[in-house]
Design a protein around this ligand. Structure first.
Ligand code: GLU
Length: 265
């Protein structure tokens, strides 16, 4: 019996964060198969009466795929240009694949400042509630073109957590390229065990070798644990799943697989 399954089934308002590695292939193009499969699962969740907001990474990497240059440019203006180009690729893919289920999508590009300002907060909430109430799936990303290093939210795990708290979600799901949190780095240790339930994040941080140089997988476990801490403070559980696995949300809901679920008891 897996707690994650109950948590998905009992949640009505779910924020799903999709990482760049899940969304793009090795050449930086949108991974159509993976994205279509996630959208099929979102459609099923909506048909079960759930409300979904997506927080999507991938603008930068899809910009590289689209234009096939500048991938090594470190200058911020080129990074911003890539995000600007890739965001269009990403939204075109979302629009096309959701249209197969007659679902409209709405884009929201947000910054740290937006979350720190009371009026903007209310505006975001109103827009989100309206979109969701009308059956539209909001797709959120950071507004990378106006967010320079110093003022960036920086990673979409945190953006997912901020969105989940702002919307009063019942659950934040993070789709990454790792199966969850392990007691040891699974890349180096064959006997690494998946930790399926985390109810005390501080204790977890003392027990696993996640900080310092090693993080499990490319996504970076530290920002994911940080996101879990943020939402758990508001009583919102967070589920970390491997979005590269086909039907992962469905399979966890049906108790066929487990990721790592974080919740405060
Ligand atoms: N906003 C960035 C992008 O779309 C992603 C940030 C992240 O991966 O966390 O490329």
């Amino acid at each position: 019996m897996c707690t994650s399954s109950d948590i998905i089934n009992d949640s009505k308002k779910i924020v799903i964060k999709i990482g760049s590695n899940v969304l793009s292939d090795d050449n930086g193009n949108v991974n159509k198969v993976a994205l279509k499969n996630i959208i099929e699962q979102v459609n099923e969740l909506i048909n079960q009466g759930k409300q979904i907001i997506i927080v999507s990474s991938g603008a930068g990497i899809c910009g590289v795929g689209a234009i096939n240059k500048w991938s090594r440019r470190g200058d911020i203006n080129y990074k911003q240009a890539l995000c600007s180009i890739g965001q269009v690729e990403l939204m075109m893919a979302y629009k096309e694949y959701f249209a197969e289920f007659d679902i409209h999508v709405g884009q929201m590009l947000l910054t740290r400042e937006d979350f720190g300002d009371h009026t903007r907060n209310l505006n975001i909430r109103n827009a989100l509630f309206t979109l969701v109430d009308e059956g539209v799936v909001p797709i959120i990303n950071e507004n990378d073109c106006v967010s320079v290093e110093e003022i960036k939210i920086g990673d979409n795990d945190t953006l997912g957590a901020l969105t989940a708290s702002l919307w009063n979600a019942d659950l934040l799901i993070i789709l990454s390229d790792i199966d969850g949190v392990f007691d040891k780095n699974p890349k180096d240790h064959e006997d690494a065990k998946l930790i399926t339930i985390v109810s005390d994040i501080d204790k977890l941080l003392n027990e696993i070798e996640c900080c310092g140089k090693s993080s499990f997988g490319t996504g970076g476990i530290v920002t994911k644990i940080g996101a879990a801490k943020k939402v758990n403070e508001y009583g919102i559980p967070m589920l970390l799943l491997n979005g590269k696995k086909r039907d992962i949300i469905k399979n966890v809901a049906e108790n066929l697989e487990c990721g790592t679920v974080f919740f405060k008891v």
